[in-house]
Write a protein that binds this ligand. Structure first.
Ligand SMILES: [Ca+2]
Ligand SMILES: [Ca+2]
Length: 157
């Protein structure tokens, strides 16, 4: 029976996945694999995503993390995967590419591109509309927190 991913992963499950991570061909003792092994790894742990979605994640790794998928990043994602609000927050944090705590127009373009691949039913939104919808404290900027809430409200990620 396929795993129900809305149930949090147990420590034992995460340990088992870590051993699969270590078994990947590009695994380096520092605790990372290269993005070319990413799809293979997701298949090894039975993560239920289409090839197209997995390729979008790989692309994100190439853009944001220099093509490196660390064990820490994997464990962080694995601990949040059961909760759509946690996944949304993780995504918002990942797309704050310059790490200033806000989502810029450029960062939004990247985020939107990723989300459209992930969920093709997503309506096309431009940055102006995004700010209007997401900026709940009306300071003219979209914070990580506001972005996370917007992602959660607008997708079934
Ligand atoms: Ca930013
Ligand atoms: Ca705001």
């Amino acid at each position: 029976m396929p795993r129900d991913w809305s149930i949090p992963l147990t420590d034992a499950e995460i340990e088992e996945m870590k051993s699969k991570f270590r078994a990947m061909p590009t695994y380096k003792p520092g605790g990372h694999i290269y993005s070319k092994d990413f799809v293979k790894f997701c298949e090894a742990i039975g993560y239920p995503r289409t090839q197209k979605q997995l390729m979008a994640y790989k692309d994100l790794l190439d853009k944001t993390y220099g093509g490196i998928y660390t064990m820490d990043l994997f464990v962080e994602a694995a601990k949040r995967i059961h909760s759509s609000s946690e996944v949304a927050r993780f995504r918002a944090e990942q797309y704050d590419l310059d790490g200033n705590g806000y989502i810029s127009a450029e960062e939004f373009v990247e985020l939107m591109e990723f989300m459209t691949i992930h969920d093709p039913s997503l309506p096309k939104t431009n940055f102006e509309q995004f700010v209007k919808q997401a900026d709940t404290d009306k300071d003219g900027k979209v914070s990580i927190d506001e972005c996370a809430k917007w992602i959660e409200a607008n997708t079934n990620a």
